[in-house]
Write a protein of this length. Structure first.
Length: 651
């Protein structure tokens, strides 16, 4: 047992957030904490990290937190860098301080081994090398580069001071530093927020292969399905453990509820039967003892509690469009989108009833495309045309940032002045604004509440085409499931952007994917897209997944003389066979280097071709290919050097 909470309780003043919490982290488990917004998930993370203390209780229960050894706990707290003028590279590399200190010690010992071959010196060096390997010393530089790249930072960004990055970028930098520090228990609160699909998929592989324990709070169901093996649900202030991933948790929870409810009803029926007998015969002298025995049987029963109903309170809206569109809803032809420069070119023909999900990396033009087709920003070139009777309902991420000093009821009423107060209250009630909630100021609402208010207004107008940009941000899982059901039943046409792959898979029947200046349509939805991606990766040979220890299986560079001492200290093996193997690997790397360098030269010649000098999209695509090849060449050169160093030791 790595970490344990027994009968934990957390309360702030008179508000009890968590009680009777029994929580365990075992070995390298990947644990999810799920529950409704405000149920106490983040509070539980803070309790584990030590930011929040257990509330003292007067009961006889054993209340404690137990740890095995002194596990290091890493938690992405509110950003607080010591020096915001420090370059990003120096801040992130603080996570490697212990590794770099050990590396310096290895270098020192290697120098001493040149003239001191004592058994004690060799043993010290060997032990240090083993420890260095165990903590990932041979891979940390590679892992550092991969994380910087995967989180969207460039080589130039490494030199920038932290103060020049936005709040979201600073969060990513802190996240990178946390991952590289390799704590024994890694605590993550909504780690997929603001990450694009490609980065989320990579992060899944990283966490799945992380060699230590992970506890994650997330509303991303596909992410949880792919990484966790235990789920704790917080409901009614307490937590319950379910082995398996998120899908298994949903199934198991329903099964347990059904069984407990069935057993409860059966016991209540038996109690009622025994009580009826006791009441019927208690006043008859010959039957009094029998009646008494029935009452005692009831007293001695292990009472089965009636299971608490699931907390499924959510918004609802059964609406139909005011009118139907024609079969042709939106025709987009060579639409070049962007601001000061083109981001992408889009062509798509959307028909009545289509539900088009839009995926792609950050900054590639997804939201820009939506803003263009609602005429919020002008197109750079190309065209788009709507069919007849199209009425648009538009939602964007900024609506969750909307602020006003109006009360919620007045904010809605001002947009629909012909409604009666009862109609306004009923409309708000359908979106979970009831009682005094309707008198809250809009500026005081949470992100999730602002999203519900915006959706309430949109659905009231009964449009026949919904254009939604990240509608599930700030929603818990029940809210997402509710919106999924509403949109699947929506008889009109839907165009939406989302990073939630599960949501996209459930709702869309077509996909539009943005990739480096181009878009591609997948006419059969998310499964079609994943099938094509898998085929492409297999064709490219890109099937190696990133692991917590690094991406390279190349043996690291070692000091020549030190390697000889270590080799002499170890048992002998087949030198000829190993040398031959290394020579084959070296030839393979040299051939790959030659091919990539030739291809790079050809692409650079294309950049100088006057025929494409004015085609910025083509130039961008060629430059992207060159950048990718040059990164691969650097990796191949590093591998060539490593193999060459090893071969030298066989000469």
């Amino acid at each position: 047992m790595l970490y344990q909470i027994s009968n934990g309780c957390v309360a702030f003043a008179d508000n009890t957030v968590l009680e009777h919490i029994n929580f365990e982290i075992r070995n390298t488990e990947k644990i999810a904490i799920v529950g409704r917004n405000g149920c106490g998930k983040t509070t539980l993370l803070k309790l584990i990290s030590g930011e929040v203390d257990l509330t003292k209780r007067d009961s006889d229960e054993d209340v404690f937190i137990a740890k095995s050894g002194r596990p290091e706990i890493g938690y992405l707290r509110q950003i607080a860098f010591d020096d915001i003028n420090l370059p990003m590279e120096k801040e992130v590399r603080k996570a490697f301080a212990h590794i770099e200190n050990m590396k310096a010690e290895i270098d020192r010992l290697a120098s001493e081994l040149e003239y001191d071959h004592s058994e004690q010196k060799v043993k010290s060096y060997t032990n240090l090398m083993d420890n260095f390997e165990a903590i990932g010393g041979y891979f940390y530089e590679k892992e550092y580069e991969v994380l910087i790249q995967k989180f969207g930072f460039s080589e130039e960004d490494k030199k920038k001071p932290l103060s020049e990055f936005s709040g979201g970028q600073q969060t990513k930098i802190a996240f990178i530093k946390l991952l590289l520090s390799k704590p024994d228990i890694l605590l993550l609160d909504e780690p997929t927020n603001h990450l694009d699909v490609e980065t989320i998929e990579w992060l899944e592989g990283y966490i799945k292969n992380y060699p230590k324990a992970v506890v994650v709070v997330s509303h991303d169901r596909m992410f949880l399905d792919n990484i966790v093996d235990v789920v704790y649900e917080i409901e009614h202030h307490t937590a319950r453990r379910y082995p398996g991933n998120y899908t298994n948790f949903v199934k198991r929870k329903q099964e347990l509820y059904d069984k407990q409810l069935k057993d409860y009803k059966a016991q209540q029926k038996e109690i009622e039967r025994l009580e009826t007998i006791a009441i019927k015969f208690k006043n008859k002298p010959t039957k009094a003892s029998m009646a008494q025995s029935k009452l005692k049987a009831i007293e001695h029963m292990d009472k089965i509690e009636k299971p608490d109903a699931f907390d499924t309170k959510t918004f609802h809206a059964n609406f139909k469009p005011l009118m139907e569109t024609g079969n042709d809803v939106l025709f987009v032809k060579d639409l070049e989108i962007g601001y000061d420069r083109p981001l992408s070119t889009v062509s798509i023909d959307i028909k009545k009833g289509d539900k088009v999900g839009i995926l792609g990396g950050n900054g590639l033009g997804k939201s820009t495309f939506l803003k263009t087709i609602i005429n919020e920003i002008p197109a750079l070139s190309g065209s788009y045309k709507y069919g007849v009777n199209v009425q648009i309902g538009y939602f964007d991420q900024q609506m969750a940032m909307y602020t006003s000093e109006k009360q919620v009821i007045d904010d809605l009423w001002d947009e629909f002045p012909n409604l009666t107060q009862t109609q306004v209250r009923n409309l708000l009630g359908a979106f979970l604004f009831s009682g005094d909630d309707v008198f809250k100021k809009v500026s005081m609402l949470s992100g999730g509440e602002k999203v519900r208010l915006a959706l309430c207004k949109i659905f009231k107008r009964q449009p026949n085409v919904l254009i939604l940009d990240e509608p599930t941000n700030h929603m818990d899982i029940v809210g997402k499931e509710t919106l999924e059901a509403m949109l699947k039943e929506f008889p009109g046409t839907l165009i939406f952007v989302s990073h939630d792959r599960y949501f996209v898979k459930q709702v869309s029947n077509k996909l539009l994917v943005f990739e480096n200046g181009t878009t591609k349509e997948y006419r059969f939805g998310y499964d079609d897209y994943m099938e094509q991606v898998a085929k492409q990766r297999e064709a490219n040979g890109d099937m190696v997944k990133f692991s917590g220890k690094g991406t390279s299986d190349v043996k690291p560079v070692k000091e020549k003389d030190a390697e000889e001492v270590m080799t002499a200290a170890k048992s002998s093996y087949n030198f000829g066979k190993e040398k031959s193997k290394l020579e084959r690997r070296l030839k393979k790397v040299e051939d790959a280097l030659h091919d990539k360098e030739t291809k790079t030269d050809e692409l650079k010649d294309m950049l100088a071709d006057p025929a494409i000098q004015s085609d910025y999209i083509k130039l961008g695509e060629i430059q992207a290919q060159i950048d990718e090849l040059e990164m691969e060449i650097l990796e191949d050169m590093e591998e060539w050097e490593n193999i060459s160093t090893e071969l030298e030791q066989y000469q």
